[in-house]
Design a protein around this ligand. Sequence first.
Ligand code: UDP
Ligand code: UDP
Length: 400
Amino acid sequence: MANSSELTPSPHIALLPSSGMGHLTPFLRLAALLAAQGVKITFITPLSKKSFICLHSTIFLHIRKAADPFYYHIEVTRRSCHLLSSLLPSLSPPLSAIITDMSLTATVVPITKALNIPNYIFFTSSAKMLTLFLSFHTLVGSKANTNLHEIDDIEIPTLEPIPKCWIPPPLLQDKNDLLKAYIIRERTLAALNGDKVIHGIPSVFAIGVLPPCGFQKTKTLAWLDDQAIGSVLYVSFGSRTALPREQLRELGDGLVRSGYSFLWVIKVKKVDREDDEQLRDVIGDELMESINQKGLVVKHWLDQENILRHPAIGGFLSHCGWNSVTEAIWHGVRVLAWPQHGDQKINADLVERFGMGIWPKSWGWGGEVIVKGGQIAEKVREVMRNELLKMQARKHRRRD
Ligand code: UDP
Ligand code: UDP
């Protein structure tokens, strides 16, 4: 007689991520975890020659090139979603479920509902940011053009209020901002979130911190191997954030003045392929000389996982993108938080609450004020000297 595993076929799950590394990375990690459990995985993406499935649509050609490629790709994905109606039923073996990015909820859920395919929504940030996200629906209600200038801190039953200044500014300011448009478009969520945050929303499962999936195995930097254990501050603002020039120079000055060694991954422009400027032109010769004596500056993509796991790293000056925060937790590295946009103030707050980092709130959002080198040096020293932060970060470490 056949045993039960022979009778039960492996589940088949499709994943449909949204735009940007910050969304793609957790989807890949989740896919790797599921695959390790024997789940058959299909990744869906528009217009990628190497994708398992190509959701190519001629509509793509008519989309106005948005200034931010992140939003452009979301829009391409969103406008290709109608093709899912025929594509999903054609997959073999039949799908057990689909996991879609939160930003695509309103577009995809009606399709998967009609097809009777269970649709899990993957929110690639913290539960606290999800609370803000869902609360925003309650605030805005059905009026897409509500003027939110006058709202107060967001009150959430049983939780501490979320200060108004932590809400991503575009949500409060531009009526036509794309981020706001995406969030407000998520009317399914608004409906699910009828009265309070907790009542009526679908079940939310916390599945992080997701382990790295080890796709990119790169060499570590020889320079790091020569540094003392725990002596180096790693500085990175993620994949999408380029600081203003003046701020870059103050940051360089601050790092040098801190007295600590540092590895600084610098982004001069938002879109890397346009990133052809010489570092010296941005930083200036004199500062560049000082930087080279104490640190290493790179202007290309490094595998952050490999850096954070290196014993020489003693701290992380981070914009607190959710992936960077979870990677810092995974590797047990102290954080000096400098949120720039999006969910990053919410994330920075969590870093402080975990007791594994410091967030100088007067630094504001990226570009809001120019933070002086002296202030940066002081906070770098505060974090790198703080043994309690080091112990707490070690306590949270998930890596073996
Ligand atoms: N990333 C990277 N190299 C870079 C910049 C970014 O590998 O030079 C990855 C990073 O590991 C993370 C993702 O890109 O997984 C960025 O996601 P996050 O949520 O931190 O920020 P977002 O891009 O959404 O603002
Ligand atoms: N990352 C990387 N190398 C870099 C910069 C970033 O590997 O030089 C990775 C990082 O490990 C993280 C992601 O890119 O997984 C950035 O995601 P995050 O959410 O931190 O920030 P975002 O880039 O979305 O602002």
